[in-house]
Design a protein around this ligand. Sequence first.
Ligand SMILES: Nc1nc2c(c(=O)[nH]1)N[C@H]1C(S)=C(S)[C@@H](COP(=O)(O)O)O[C@H]1N2
Ligand SMILES: [Mo]
Length: 312
Amino acid sequence: MLIRRPADIPSSEITPESAYLNRRQFMGAAGSLALAGLAVPAVLGASRGPAEHGDAVGQAQDDKLTPEEDATSYNNFYEFGTGKDDPKRNAGSLRPRPWSVQVDGLVKSPKRWDLDELLRGLAKEDKIYRHRCVEAWSMVIPWQGVKLRDVLARVEPLPSAKFVEFTTLLDPQQMPGQRTGVLRWPYKEALRLDEAMHPLSLLATGMYGKTIPNQNGAPLRLVVPWKYGFKGIKSIVRIRLTDRQPNTTWNDAIPSEYGFYANVNPTVDHPRWTQAKERRIGEFLRRNTLMFNGYAEQVASLYAGMDLRRYY
Ligand SMILES: Nc1nc2c(c(=O)[nH]1)N[C@H]1C(S)=C(S)[C@@H](COP(=O)(O)O)O[C@H]1N2
Ligand SMILES: [Mo]
């Protein structure tokens, strides 16, 4: 496998807002040609988006955007209930503004920021990412946001910082699921610092060109496309840099099923089901899951020499 350093990530990973509707039409056209057994004209390949990465994304050649309606109505967000349709139904009680985010720990200038102030002046990102839930379903979502590394740069991490911990809002008034004991609240997640600094790691504030809906993690949620969806913590109020690997919600709850790394890996099954295949929401046939969710060229080097069965 060709391993590239993060600096070599193709700029095509970034899709301008204006392009993704065109791309959607392109993917539709390409898909029907492929179904009809016809070669896709090379000129269509000029369209920007994951389709042009070739080997980097493997099957992503037939990725189509998940309908916005599906991506905003079939969710995991236990603060609003454990059913997939609960978040959309119940998340109206979340108030995403005003919102403050504390960024602290092993940094030169810890601070509590108003979210809009924290984001001011940072480059806006527009990315179409495959989204793979540990429960073996997947989607393809256009996100808007900022690079996580750009936010971290604002507080200047110290050399001793090795991990980044994220915390969801704790407020049972706004988040009725927190009145139950289904998980330990607040929800927490974490990344190794080099994973957090990777240019694919995004803090999303929007999707499908609109403000991110409450059920998808308003006003700020993490998106790490090569990891299972549970790493994508929603409604973040704190980002803390630390020198020790933090505890994380699902890993604490059931460590044998949910590892700290949570890298998408078709060769390491979940104890109760296979991870070799996934069902793309809206599709009937299951498709093969790709190593690192199809982002191996960009991220495999982060895990060189690690036993990925042990660090699952
Ligand atoms: N705070 C919080 N973040 C969360 C969750 C949650 O229950 N609470 N669920 C996670 C899981 S398991 C998944 S698959 C994704 C789902 O994101 P989506 O609903 O936008 O598809 O959110 C993740 N982030
Ligand atoms: Mo998930």
